[in-house]
Design a protein around this ligand. Sequence first.
Ligand code: PLP
Length: 398
Amino acid sequence: MNIVYADNNATTQVAPEVLKEMLPYFRDLYGNPSSMHSFGGQVARKVKEAREKVARLIGAEPEEVLFTSCGTESDNTAIRAAIASNPEKRHIVTTRVEHPAVKNLCEYLARNGYRVTYLPVDRLGKVDVGRLEECLSDDTAIVTIMWANNETGVIFPIEEIARKVKEKGIAFHTDAGQAVGKIKVDLRKTPIDMLSLSGHKLHAPKGIGALYVRKGTKFSPFLIGGHQEGGRRGGTENVPSIVGLGKACELAGMRMGAETGRVRYFRDKLESSLLDRIPRAMVNGDREHRLPNTTSISFEYVEGEAILLMMNESGVCASSGSACTSGSLEPSHVLRAMGVPFTAAHGSIRFSLSVYNTEEDVDFIIAILPGIIERLRELSPYWKDSYKGDFWRDPTSV
Ligand code: PLP
């Protein structure tokens, strides 16, 4: 069966160019980059080159980039570094819609003596920047706010947020796991102290991430061990994956523009065709400030999991809410924070495309999904009695 993969915010395929660049570092070039001999030295040079490529994509200096094992480690390192370097401060500010890598750590810290303020979002998933200033105080150790949401694709005004936080002299971290590689990220223009990214979201392998730490930022390592990464992250480097991340960042920089435009065209075609063909369907989130590859659509009075299973039988891979939260039947915390009604939040599907999707992929989803929704609604006891209005198309009217 042909697979139509539309779940790229969960993970992406490794680009063939990335795999090719990695392979020698599994086979022949297996030296340790910390070794004194030249066999290790040639590997150290390749790690340096990869660091430069990551730095170039985000507008950083190479020394400001630390390699980690994943986006989750980067997020944990940033938040823990800020609180460890400001031990007298006991307050953290974040939002209600963060990825579990930030959300669950903040909840853990709240159980262990920290005060956490969760900024709300509105019906379109936009964060209230006005509320941010009100909650900053001398006790705030760090503000951590994602750049783009993994479920809805909504992009936050990170430059404005970072400026407001830095005016108060507070550390600012952003989880840019979904932003890097999809939209322009330039740290020369944005006063961010720390930024997390994850390799497998941009066609590098799973199990590699990076943390940007601006020069001069107070920092304390999370993994204490050897002198690797300038003493800021112990552990022998995952060389093949680091090489792969470097190549993936180089490719992402080259693809930003024309290829991202093609992804946006496919996403828009998918979204508008589904809204036209399926009654009582609505897009979750601000359609203007959104990642070019993502659409979260709610189909009222059907279960997202049932839709996924039926699409799966036709080879279509998508996600209901976040991949990390699927397995639980609770509607996603992101859609709940946005106030999406229960009947719609339950029937939400996230499609996330990549440069490897084709127009045929999109046409296939458009061809099969209306029939799937119709069949499921025939089985739904609520559907027949449901309200027949059409306000779902315009969430601002709710
Ligand atoms: N942050 C965001 C916004 C994500 O989407 C993800 C992955 O889903 C992560 C962090 C975690 O990244 P990783 O899977 O590399 O730990």
